[in-house]
Design a binder for this molecule. Structure first.
Ligand SMILES: [Zn+2]
Length: 292
């Protein structure tokens, strides 16, 4: 009788002990593992790229990419784009995660470039050293432009082969350190194309107009076009704007006319390009595309 009681107690205790153990095991095992991805992740990028350039790559569609502290996605067709900054050196490292969970890191060697110093005299003094009330306006206008550059649209207009918005002599190159009336300014943020006032400006690739203002203090008539995935173009000093914010434009469509509004010594087309807030050299992009 005593033995039977001990046996029963032992059975109860075994049952008590095993119940939580079974639950814990079940929790650890669920859910069943997904089938292991097969093969190495295929990511295509150039081995090297110059400073201030757009770099085009391919990865599995919709892959998540981390580069330079920014997270973004490859397009639905697998194309992706990054911008190498003017000041960036060494190796650009991208961490790619495919939708199936496979990951891969790839590196792009950044090729250094030399940027010239340009002295620009005869610029209206009020635009070189603006008084405080004007400085506030400039800051407000720059903030509005910066805001539209944070967009990360799904569109893949950036995959088009870009064309010149205006054809003409290059009168100012990207990245040069400009000295206005003897005062050092920021590096030149785009390429200047010599053209007469009133020359039509066309969209270098398709996109959505994200900014259009006829009278910014420094840049005058200003238009921004978003080409998708953070790539955008800006057109400055325009004498006339023919597009509205939110409007879809196609490559080659006239968006306005060349002018000399804002801080400009004479009529010309200033074309800038960005990957988000990273400034890109449009001339280098077109020359690289022409060399393909
Ligand atoms: Zn310019």
């Amino acid at each position: 009788m005593k033995l039977a009681a001990i046996t029963l107690l032992a059975l109860v205790c075994t049952a008590c002990a095993s119940t939580p153990q079974t639950t814990a095991t079940t929790a650890l095992m669920a859910p069943p593992p997904a089938p292991a991805p097969i093969g190495e992740l295929v990511v295509t990028v150039p081995a090297s790229a110059p400073q201030a350039s757009l770099v085009f790559g391919r990865a599995p569609a919709d892959s998540l990419i981390v580069y330079d502290g920014r997270t973004f996605r490859a397009a639905h067709d697998g194309a992706f784009v990054i911008g190498i900054a003017r000041e960036q050196t060494g190796l650009a490292t991208l961490q790619i995660t495919a939708p199936d969970g496979r990951t891969k890191a790839v590196g792009i060697a950044i090729t250094p470039r030399r940027f010239p110093v340009e002295r620009v005299n005869g610029v209206p003094e009020k635009t070189v050293k603006p008084p405080p009330e004007i400085a506030a306006r400039i800051e407000r206008e720059q903030a509005a432009v910066n805001a539209v550059r944070t967009r990360d649209d799904d569109r893949t207009d950036f995959e088009q082969r870009f064309i010149w918005p205006v054809k003409g002599r290059i009168s100012g190159v990207f990245g040069s350190q400009r000295v206005y009336n003897g005062t050092p300014g920021a590096a030149h943020s785009g390429v200047d194309i010599a053209a007469a006032k009133g020359t039509p400006i066309v969209a270098p690739a398709g996109g959505i107009v994200t900014f259009a203002n006829p009278d910014l203090y420094l840049t005058g008539g200003t238009v921004l076009i978003d080409h998708g995935h953070g790539v955008s173009s800006n057109f400055l000093h325009m004498s006339r704007i023919d597009v509205k914010v939110g409007e879809r434009v196609e490559q080659g469509q006239v968006i306005g006319l060349v002018g000399a509004t804002g801080r400009a010594t004479g009529p010309h087309m200033h074309w800038g390009m960005n990957w988000f807030d990273v400034r890109i050299d449009p001339q280098a992009l077109l020359e690289a595309e022409a060399a393909k």
